[in-house]
Design a protein around this ligand. Structure first.
Ligand code: MG
Length: 384
């Protein structure tokens, strides 16, 4: 990467990952300089972040709110509006590294645009790789940029692979906390409330990803991400429930040896590693205390109870635009559940219906992917 300080465009700075990123950047002031920040609508927090980090510009997706921000900050900060603003800032010369912590399919276009302008990527947006992994990874190679995952599981796998020959890895074992409904009996899944599903035991995250954790779709998305990031077929990517969230994932090698990465469940660690990769820097925070922990437990996920995990494996096996169809259906379904328009169990049903009824492009380009996403959203909305 280029010399320090690295100039950063942080997409989605007011979300859970974005806020953690800024805390990491705050602690490494010589290494990083914030050039751009972006938010959908949270302009109060954005103003706060402007005061602390003095970016050159910001993007506010909501156009009316963008005008309000401009009125408040005057000419000291450039304010861009709308999705086009995201694409505009990732192209600029005063950006070395793009951190993409946008939620959902909307994260794909800025990632692709950034790669094409030879920016390194720290990726928290899962959907980029879920819906277009093959295309995005080939662009990463073509433009010679680094794409480093922020997700704790993929960061763990990357850390396990340091110093190893890539083709010596024979199996990836993704750990899953099991989410807020791990111990809720399947019989009561029909009446799960939004509040129950949002009550995650180990990780404090945004609403979309917390619901995805409750359905285990989050782990399904991570299986697909891992497939593209690390080049192993999905038959060699296993999921194991590990409720303590101390082991963040593991890699098994050809000789049967297994490496694991451990740490307290705190997103600041994988974020810092993604930003400083392959170097490590000091970080405060609590440490794993084994005598206090006493035991770590593991068991297989119940793919019947958590159908979304199985659907993700199915979509990946179908290939083509099936993962994009699955993802679009999931995004609409989760939003509808959060708005209390559908019951919890309707989420996997809607995904299944979308996979059964939407046409799958077997070898899609980006345009097919956008088309599948749009058509699936329209279709699933008609089912609500
Ligand atoms: Mg994760």
């Amino acid at each position: 990467m280029s010399q320090d300080p690295k100039h950063i465009a942080l997409l989605g700075s007011t979300g859970s990952i974005g806020r953690n990123c800024l805390s990491v950047i705050h602690n490494l002031p010589d290494k990083f300089k914030v050039s751009y920040l972006t938010t959908n609508t949270n302009i109060e927090l954005l103003q706060n972040q402007i005061t602390h980090f003095h970016p050159r510009g910001v993007v506010v997706l909501d156009e009316a709110k963008a005008a309000a921000v401009q009125a408040l900050v005057g000419h000291s900060v450039e304010v861009l509006a709308g999705r086009e603003g995201l694409l505009e800032i990732v192209r600029r010369d005063d950006v070395d590294l793009v951190i993409n912590s946008i939620v959902g399919f909307a994260g794909l276009k800025p990632t692709v645009e950034a790669i094409k302008h030879r920016k390194h990527i720290a990726l928290a947006n899962k959907e980029t790789l879920v819906v277009a992994g093959e295309l995005v990874i080939s662009l990463v190679r073509e433009y010679g940029v680094h794409l480093v995952p922020i997700d704790s599981e993929h960061s763990a796998i990357l850390q396990c692979l340091v110093g190893e020959e890539r083709n010596s890895a024979s199996r990836i074992i993704l750990t899953a906390s099991g989410g807020p409904l791990l111990n809720t009996p399947q019989e009561s899944f029909g009446s799960i409330t939004v509040e129950q599903a949002l009550n995650h035991p180990n990780w404090k995250m945004g609403n979309k990803i917390t619901i995805d954790s409750a359905t285990l779709m989050n782990k399904g998305l991570e299986v697909i991400e891992a497939r593209w990031l690390f080049g192993l077929p999905i038959e060699r990517i296993d999921v194991v429930i590990h409720p303590q969230s101390i082991i963040h994932s593991m890699v098994e090698f050809a000789d049967g040896s297994i490496k694991a990465q451990l740490g307290m469940p705190d997103m600041k660690l994988p974020i810092q590693y993604a930003l400083t990769y392959p170097d490590r820097y000091p970080m405060s925070g609590s440490r794993v205390d084994f005598p206090k922990l006493q035991s770590m437990t593991f068991f297989a996920p119940d793919r019947n109870k958590f159908r979304c995990l199985q659907l993700a494996y199915d979509a990946m096996a179908m290939g083509g635009t099936a993962p994009a169809i699955m993802n679009a259906a999931n995004e609409i379904a989760v939003q509808a559940f959060l708005e209390k328009k559908i019951p919890f169990l309707r989420i996997p049903e809607l995904i299944e219906q979308a996979l059964a009824h939407q046409a799958n492009h077997v070898s899609p380009d980006l345009e097919h992917t956008f088309q599948s996403d749009r058509k699936t959203r329209e279709y699933v909305r008609t089912l609500l």
